[in-house]
Design a protein around this ligand. Structure first.
Ligand code: XMP
Length: 430
């Protein structure tokens, strides 16, 4: 079923996604398109009910103001403009109108139907995936993160055993994380799952490597190598599933924004491994991805987990990774997460984890001198991870966590709390 759509035309606004979100919140599907879209392209979208000309501070590109193509006004779509002077628009606003006004525009003027919801979205995607894939096979790197997990659940629903998931455990996962991927996907959802324990291989490659960038590069390239080896073992794979989401596309696709991030994909795969992509989440924002996961029956914990970097605990076990410190990061992280959940902080704090540096300090345990590692706690709040502030944790919670870490985690004799916002610190330590 084609859903009604309101198009946001990007005429230099920094708030295109806010506008798209606002429309979607009304239950109407919305997409962002570049300012120079042609009448033909717009008509080809098929189900457009109205247009928001969304101007803003990025309107000047190379010294000239971007304009909408005049032919668009003649197509007869209801239009409003936001921070964009347009004599041919019925209503002009300085800023995005409130939900009530937007509602009137979307339903009264555009006559759009509120048929954008997760059930319909999933039904549409399942149909599209089946059409695209036919009886072929799809390969998916299933990290256990939110996006890849939801893609996996969607593909299992659409094509079942034609999906092959590969989960590479690089040995830098959080406590019980790989186990839970296997449990949920293999045992509960009956996915065709290849589990690769590459712990020794990764730790071997990382031995004595202390430079953060070099560590990241090794983990990234080794990951692709392991995935590629597994892909070569499989036969008759034509497609690669990917957890691309809408912000990835918007950030790499806008023609007016100053900062353009490159769209991350499995770009490192060698050229002779050519796959077509299946990207069923590419129209969703992050919270919609989560709602989709819930609708597909994934466990709450898996769908609402905090962000976790690709290099995993490797960037939290500072300097050259050693097994004793890696274990200390993993165990202390598990305690922190458990206590945060008990205190209800898991719903309040954006990201929280522990770090173990590569130096020791003197302490005293059981009346004897000890020389052991510190554990550093970090808990931050942010909107977009570009800047971050420190969460002010209640003392009793911190004391409880400290007590447990000191009692339960080996080789640790000190706990510290990182007070630094971003900037000037980054969220991760490496
Ligand atoms: P920083 O440390 O740059 O982190 O302030 C910002 C956010 O990005 C996460 N992060 C990563 N995520 N791959 C990822 O998928 C990575 O290599 C990576 N490095 C950092 C970090 O956890 C934080 O949420």
């Amino acid at each position: 079923m084609k859903q009604d759509m309101i198009v946001i035309l990007d005429l230099g606004s920094t708030e295109n996604t806010v506008a798209a979100r606002a429309v979607r919140e009304l239950g109407v599907y919305s997409e962002i398109h570049p300012h120079d879209i042609t009448a033909e392209e717009l008509k080809a979208l098929d189900n457009v009910k109205g247009i928001i000309l969304n101007g803003g501070e990025n309107r000047m590109v190379d010294g000239a103001a971007v304009e909408v193509r005049p032919e668009l006004y003649d197509l007869g779509y209801p239009m409003i403009s936001v921070d964009y002077p347009s004599s041919r628009c019925e209503k002009q606003y300085d800023k995005l109108p409130d939900q009530e006004t937007l509602k009137k525009f979307v339903f009264d003027e555009c006559k759009a139907e509120a048929n954008w919801n997760m059930k319909n979205f999933i039904a549409d995607q399942v149909e599209l995936i089946r059409k695209q894939v036919g009886d072929k096979k799809v390969l998916l790197a299933l990290s256990g993160g939110v996006d890849s997990s939801v893609v996996a659940a969607m593909l299992i629903k659409a094509i079942g055993s034609q999906l092959v998931c590969v989960h590479v455990n690089h040995g830098l996962m959080r406590k019980n994380e790989s186990e839970s991927v296997v449990q949920v996907f293999r045992d509960q959802l009956h996915a065709n799952l290849v589990y690769v324990d590459a712990t020794e291989r990764f730790l071997g490659k990382l031995e004595n490597v202390a430079d953060p960038e070099q560590k990241r590069k090794i983990i990234g390239s080794e990951f692709i190598r392991v995935f590629e080896e597994e892909a070569r073992k499989l036969e008759g794979i034509d497609f690669l599933g990917q957890g691309t989401i809408y912000p990835d596309i918007i950030e790499s696709g806008t023609k007016t924004a100053k900062m353009v991030k490159s769209h991350h994909n499995v770009g490192g795969l060698p050229e002779d491994l050519q796959f077509d992509l299946v990207e069923p989440l590419k129209q969703l924002f992050k919270d919609e991805v989560r709602a989709c996961g819930v609708e597909l029956g994934l466990p709450h914990d898996m769908v609402y987990r905090q962000p976790f970097p690709g290099p995993g605990l490797g960037v939290r076990c500072l300097g050259a990774i050693t097994r004793d410190r890696l274990e200390a990061v993993r165990e202390s992280d598990a305690i922190l997460r458990e206590e945060f959940a008990k205190a209800g902080l898991d719903k309040k704090v954006w990201q929280y984890f522990t770090i173990v540096p590569d130096f020791k300090s003197v302490g005293v345990k059981d009346n004897a001198r000890c020389y052991e590692y510190p554990v550093i706690i970090r808990a931050v709040n942010t909107i977009d991870a570009m800047t971050a502030s420190i969460e002010q944790i209640e003392w009793p919670v911190l004391l409880k966590i400290t007590d447990r870490i000191l009692k339960e985690v080996k080789n640790v004799n000190r706990v510290c709390y990182d007070m630094s916002p971003k900037p000037c610190a980054t969220i991760e330590w490496e």
